[in-house]
Design a protein around this ligand. Sequence first.
Ligand code: PBG
Length: 327
Amino acid sequence: MEFPVVRPRRLRASEAMRRLVRETDLLPRDFVYPLFVTNGVNIKNPIVSMPDIYQMSTDNILKEGEECLKLGIPAVILFGIPAYKDEKGSSGYDPEEAVQKAVAALKKEYPELIVITDVCLCEYTSHGHCGLVADGEVQNDPTLGLLAKAALSHARAGADIVAPSDMMDGRVRAIRSTLDEHGFSHLPVLSYAAKYASAFYGPFREAAGSAPQFGDRRSYQMDPGNVREALKEIEQDLAEGADMVMVKPALAYLDVIRTVKESTNVPVAAYNVSGEYAMVKAAAQKGWVDERKIALEMLTGIKRAGADFILSYFAKQAVKWLKEGNI
Ligand code: PBG
């Protein structure tokens, strides 16, 4: 059957008709909202390359948690801006540090909010790498115990999910076994399994103060040309005990999201990262694009590619926009 019998435009004639046949709809529960946590009180520092996103102390983080719940956003993910940094990333597993305190405060105030913590060393090390450094190289095996310690400190503070983003080999196993040994066998691990060495993380490194002081992350994060390798990473992480996997970044890796979705049976998260956010914000500030339409279209694309949930700096705004109607 073909034209003139077949006329796809019949089903596009009105918003009601389009709505009836729409295959992918964004919902508030699709989102996780990232938050940058500092020590101190009453702090709300703007991040220049990420308009509307701030480094915040726990008092302000609590307001964000409340707003997310009101909007129907089920979860937040916390990144720490610690008071001190050293070679071993000690502030990453210090129970008195910003993330640990914010987790406890959020869970006390809003038990129904899911609090995810990013487990990595780069925000906490003086050299800005995601693992221990010796002889100018990032050391894999000696890093694992420190990551496990960080995850355990988050668990003790009350985190609902821990999310390792360091890309060391074997870290899921190290974290899983440490959690299990200490009575946290119920705590899920969301692995940043397919995390690429990406220039799209630039603004985040300003936000978290985590830019590497020498070299880059290409010896541990994935090469952008690879997709079969993503499946290998995911298979490994699932074998080590990951409950959910993430693809990161999202927009330049939609094919990876789709491929991972089709080859696994666990929830797949996608991270709509800082550079993806900053580009839209910058173009919108210049009046070159319609921010609302562009952002919702991108997020719809990420979901259509197969993401079960999306970590996005647009999360709150997207839910507010959706309440006003669809794109
Ligand atoms: C920590 C981490 C990074 C991001 C999330 N966790 C930065 C990096 O790997 O350099 C990036 C998130 C974003 O760009 O929004 N390793």
